[in-house]
Design a protein around this ligand. Structure first.
Ligand code: TYD
Length: 140
C-alpha cells in the first residue's frame, strides 16, 4: 500500500497458519507503535451507514476489518486518500490530526480499533473546520 499521507501506513500482523484455523496476535509497542490502552469494535453496521467523521488531537489508532470489509477515507487536511480494509491481518495505522470517514460496510463486517488512549471526548475534532484550523496552526 503506498500513500501520499506520511503517517498513514499498513501494519501487517503475524499469522500462525494451522489446519485447525489461522491465529493472529497483536502486542502493543511491538506490532503497533504505542501501548494499547483501549480496544473497541463496530459491528451490526448497516451497509449504508457512515461512521467516523472526526479527527483526534492526540489519539493514535490502528483499524482492522476482523470480518468483511469497509472503506476508510483519510484526510490530513491537505491530501485525501482511501483504503479498503478486508484482511484481518492488515491494519491501518492512523496518527493524530487525521480526519477519517468509514462507509461501504459489507454485511456482517466487524471493525476492531486499537487505540493509544482511553476514550476522551475532548480529544475529538468533530467539526471539519476546527480540524483544518488545527492542521494549519500545527496545534496539539
Ligand atoms: P464515535 O467515536 O463518534 O464513533 P465512530 O467514529 O465509530 O462513528 O463514537 C460514537 C459514540 O460512542 C459517542 O457517543 C462516543 C461513544 N464512545 C465511547 O463512549 N467510548 C469509545 O471508546 C468510543 C470509540 C466511542
Amino acid at each position: 500500500m503506498t500513500d501520499p499521507i506520511n503517517s498513514i501506513r499498513e501494519i501487517s500482523l503475524p499469522q500462525i497458519h494451522d489446519p485447525r484455523g489461522d491465529l493472529t496476535f497483536v502486542e502493543g509497542e511491538r506490532h503497533v507503535p504505542f501501548p494499547i490502552r483501549r480496544v473497541y469494535f463496530l459491528y451490526n453496521v448497516p451497509v449504508d451507514a457512515e461512521r467516523g467523521g472526526h479527527a483526534h488531537r492526540d489519539l493514535e489508532q490502528v483499524v482492522f476489518a476482523l470480518s468483511g470489509s469497509f472503506r476508510m477515507k483519510i484526510d490530513d487536511g491537505k491530501t485525501k486518500s482511501e483504503y479498503w480494509l478486508r484482511d484481518p491481518r492488515k491494519g491501518l495505522y492512523i496518527n493524530r490530526l487525521i480526519w477519517r470517514e468509514m462507509d461501504s460496510f459489507s454485511q456482517g463486517a466487524v471493525c476492531m480499533v486499537l487505540a493509544s488512549h482511553p476514550y476522551d471526548e475532548s480529544d475529538y475534532f468533530r467539526a471539519y473546520e476546527d480540524f483544518i484550523v488545527a492542521v494549519n496552526e500545527g496545534v496539539k
